[in-house]
Design a protein around this ligand. Structure first.
Ligand code: PEP
Ligand code: MG
Length: 561
């Protein structure tokens, strides 16, 4: 069988034997119900409720992003429109099993016809449907096999409920034939650091017991590898394991150039984890996540208590708090009350705060007071800044209210292009590569159908990052990166080569990035940056740097050290 190719999630590598997900339950028979519609409706309602409760329980156990995904699935089982459809089909003489099967299938077809992100949610519905039918039939819900030996799981696509609860001591890697980079399987695999290749056409032809090498860096699945292929993969694995043993310590390149590694956080619950994983401070504290459910603006006292807990966890360390970034995918009802046609281009970030200045003043006051209380090295930054004038406004206001270090996020191409002038008027810049990529490529970051454009390896994005890096070096001011790009280990090296002076990421990514930085010198990082900048596309940029970074080519010579 030839090598299969899909989309790799992360940079993991695994070798092992395939075990396939068992086949789904057979389609329930279409024979007429032998009982009354009322009795069938009671059965259906009972199983829908029990399934919702079971999924919610799994979510509670899994925590993190899985909890939200499973909560959304539980809502599907409780959806009143779906339930009405089930009842209607029962009234037409169907059994509860058949009515559930048909109603979910109709809804799934609707989502698939919508395509993109909605289409990728279809798998979630299939899973809920199977679970409800299994409950009605009194059989076990279909799920991941649980042998007592390690294996590589192959499936059409995994349901969130399954991905969330994968036993990472036995599942070496995951290969799916369906699902794209924005599917929940991909999102959860990334969060749990599972080696994964999704959307690998032909994966379902693999049989149990077959040996495969799964390489997420290239998205390749080598089937029945030769002895030489196997040996090469084993060597890479051993090298990576050794690199991971790099003790938890400050981030630095191979030549000792320091690259502080900071944490991205959105809650005060994960402070311990960030400290444990060696975060040298916080590079992005997303304050809006604290208040997503609030109808009223939070008080100064309420905010001060939360920021105080944050500063207390990082005594003497830099902690960058971002002013509320409301709008688009994170609306706050007290800041965004007007519906907008294109919210990502609307009154979001600093624009919304400026339109509600008392809320911004309260927040800056709370940050300054919490910082004073803890003698913290507190930095504050504004989201979605697009002009020099906005930079001046925010920096002046923050200082007036007692914040010592104030800066701006560079997320809009206009701000990147004028970074020299922006940095003349503020203390630091932090590049939000998620939004910078969205705005540079004109591709909505929430839309699965344009996900292929959302790639921070794109040379246009990197050129903008380079502009900011140059401006930072000229002004002698820090330039951090706090978008997802900083969590991609090899891209992190490129970003340093472009002038980033610190990297901030979800704590789960810190170890891999720390290990990757330690492999290369600043000179090499700059060479990689040049290679990426001269490519024509994100794919070309990534491949050029991967190629240059392969061990036999990059071992620094004496003159490079
Ligand atoms: C970004 O845009 O890269 C960023 C870090 O901010 P957020 O993801 O919260 O929009
Ligand atoms: Mg952003």
């Amino acid at each position: 069988m030839p090598t299969l190719t899909g989309v790799g999630i992360g940079r993991g590598l695994a070798i092992g034997e395939v075990l396939r997900m068992p086949d789904p339950l057979p389609e329930p028979s279409d024979a007429a119900s032998q009982t009354t519609p009322d009795a069938e409706k009671v059965r259906a309602a009972g199983s829908l409720a029990a399934t919702a409760a079971d999924i919610r329980l799994r979510g509670g156990r899994a925590g993190g992003a899985a909890k939200d995904v499973l909560e959304a699935q539980a809502f599907m089982a409780e959806d009143p429109t779906l339930k009405d459809d089930v009842d209607k089909r029962i009234d037409a003489g169907k059994t509860a099993e058949r009515a559930v099967f048909e109603a979910f299938a109709a809804f799934r077809d609707l989502l698939v016809s919508m395509g993109g992100y909605m289409g990728e949610r279809a798998t979630d519905l299939n899973d809920v449907s199977q679970r409800v039918v299994a409950h009605l039939q009194g059989v076990a819900a279909p799920g991941v096999p649980t042998p007592d030996h390690p294996f590589i799981l192959v499936a059409r696509d995994l349901a969130p409920a399954d991905t969330a609860l994968l036993d990472l001591s036995t599942v070496l890697a995951l290969i799916t034939s369906d699902g794209g980079p924005t599917s929940h399987t991909a999102i959860l695999a990334r969060e749990k650091s599972i080696v994964a290749v999704v959307g690998a056409v032909g994966a379902l032809e693999l049989s149990d017991g077959q040996t495969v090498i799964v390489d997420a860096t290239t998205g390749a699945v080598t089937v029945d590898p030769s002895d030489a292929e196997r040996a090469a993969a084993e060597t890479t694995l051993a090298d990576r394991a050794a690199a991971k043993d790099v003790p938890v310590g400050p981030g630095a390149l191979a030549d000792g150039t320091p690259v502080p590694l900071l944490a991205n956080l959105g809650t005060v619950d994960k402070l311990d984890e960030a400290v444990e994983k060696g975060a040298e401070g916080v590079g992005l504290f997303r304050t809006e996540f604290l208040f997503l459910d609030s109808e009223k603006a939070p008080t100064v006292a309420d905010q001060q208590a939360k920021y105080s807990a944050l500063f207390a966890a990082f005594p003497g360390k830099k902690v960058v708090v971002r002013a509320l970034d409301a709008g688009a995918d994170k609306p706050l009802s007290f800041l965004n009350d007007e519906p907008e046609e294109n919210p990502a281009l609307g009154l979001r970030g600093l624009r919304a705060l400026r339109a509600n200045e008392p809320i911004l003043r309260d927040q800056l006051t709370a940050i300054a007071s919490a910082a004073a209380e803890n003698e913290a090295d507190a930095w504050v930054m504004a989201p979605m800044v697009s002009t020099v004038e906005e930079t001046r406004y925010f920096t002046r206001l923050a200082k007036e209210l007692g914040v010592k270090t104030a800066g701006v996020m560079i997320e809009v191409p206009a701000a990147a292009l004028l970074a020299d002038r922006i940095l003349a008027d503020t203390d630091f810049a932090s590049i939000g590569t998620n939004d910078l990529t969205q705005y540079t490529l004109a591709a909505d970051r929430l839309l699965g159908s344009v996900a292929s454009f959302q790639d921070p390896w794109h040379p246009a994005v990197l050129r903008l990052v380079g502009e900011v890096g140059k401006a930072g070096a000229a002004a002698g001011k820090p330039v951090g990166i706090c978008g997802e790009a900083a969590a991609d280990p090899l891209l992190a090296v490129v970003l340093v080569g472009l002038g980033a002076t610190s990297l901030s990421m979800s704590p789960a990514a810190l170890a891999d990035v720390r290990a990757e930085l330690a492999r290369f010198t600043l000179k090499q990082a700059k060479q990689f940056a040049e290679l990426a900048l001269s490519a024509n596309s994100a794919v070309e940029a990534r491949l050029a740097v991967i190629d240059a970074a392969t061990p036999n080519k990059t071992t620094p010579t004496e003159s490079e050290k």
